[in-house]
Design a protein around this ligand. Structure first.
Ligand code: ADP
Length: 294
């Protein structure tokens, strides 16, 4: 798939996801499990997960557990299936025509692809932040409270906005400008606004698809600090092509690779970040992290 087409896919997903998130109606008696789980438990358990786009098998045979309140990084060369895997975790691939998933993804023990599970509720609990900051052309306050209002999150708009903006480490910079357009902020502030918007609907997990790739180094460090801070309460799964970033922010790293001759992306190695970077078990991981390819 060409770069431009992939970009178009991301734009289309962003456009589709925004109104969906905002329409989300908390499902009474949802089939999804309780949010607060003990440390050490897995948020996700993936069994033999694969994704097809039409007749292209993009990823296959992915087995992994993702622990609660940790940062898990997905790394690997372009096209190995990092974004595809990430999008499986909140059923975002459902929005791509022709995409089909195989295997099973359990979220707190519930199969998120089961018939009884509402994909809109899945996307509320498992939020997403994209590569390109995408605030709505609305005020900073409305950007944050838009989804929260339709999700009937408790609190006045000002309370909800303040809570989420504080969590996203943006409050001090915007507290006197809540009526200003979200689009008037810098790129890094816009990305933190998008994180605040994701947090305002009270998710459990935040998926981040290269959230810093459009940002300068200072804005990037702010987001990285924020990611570390957020793990006190949230589980973060981040796609990054920047290995230093994976090493800086993540607890665990998964290395994916689409092997030669068009073979689909597979999970090559997965484990604690410091071990994977200092003592990789697989030669292909070593070659990638030492810059021999990719
Ligand atoms: P990465 O995030 O690691 O760069 P992707 O998950 O974007 O990889 O892509 C994995 C493979 O699936 C690539 O070969 C890509 O071309 C293909 N792919 C991604 N999105 C689509 C799509 N919407 N339609 C068809 N093929 C796709």
């Amino acid at each position: 798939m060409k770069e431009a087409e992939l970009r178009e896919t991301e734009d289309r997903l962003q456009a589709a996801a925004a109104p969906l998130a905002s329409l989300a109606d908390p499902t009474p008696g949802s089939e999804l499990g309780a949010i607060r789980v003990p440390d050490g438990e897995a948020v996700f358990e993936l069994s033999d997960v694969g994704v097809w786009y039409g007749n292209k098998h993009a990823i296959s045979g992915i087995n992994m557990q993702i622990p609660v309140r940790k940062v898990t990084a997905l790394i690997g060369p372009s096209g190995c299936g990092k974004s595809t895997l990430l999008r499986c975790l909140n059923r975002m691939n459902d929005l791509i025509p022709g995409a089909r998933i195989e295997g099973e993804i359990n979220y707190h023990g519930t199969d998120i692809y089961a018939k009884k599970v509402d994909p809109v509720e899945v996307r509320r609990r498992i939020g997403m932040v994209f590569q390109k900051p995408n605030p709505f052309p609305k005020s900073i306050r409305d950007n944050v409270t838009f989804g929260a209002k339709v999700n009937r999150i408790k609190g006045t708009p000002d309370e909800i906005a303040e809570r989420a903006l504080r969590q996203a480490a943006l409050w001090e910079e915007v507290k006197n400008d809540l009526s200003k357009s979200g689009l008037a902020l810098s790129g890094g502030q816009q990305q933190r606004l998008c994180i605040a918007r994701a947090l305002a609907v009270q998710p459990d997990v935040i998926l981040m698809d290269e959230p810093c790739s459009a940002l300068d180094p200072i804005a990037t460090l702010k987001i990285e600090d924020l990611i570390r801070e957020l793990t006190k309460e949230y589980t973060i799964i981040i796609v990054t092509h920047n290995m230093q970033q994976a090493a800086r922010v993540s607890d665990n790293t998964a290395f994916l690779l689409a092997q030669e001759h068009g073979v689909n992306g597979q999970l090559i190695e997965y484990g604690p970040t410091n071990e994977l970077f200092t003592n990789p078990r697989d030669k292909r991981t070593e070659d990638y992290i030492t810059g021999r390819f990719g």
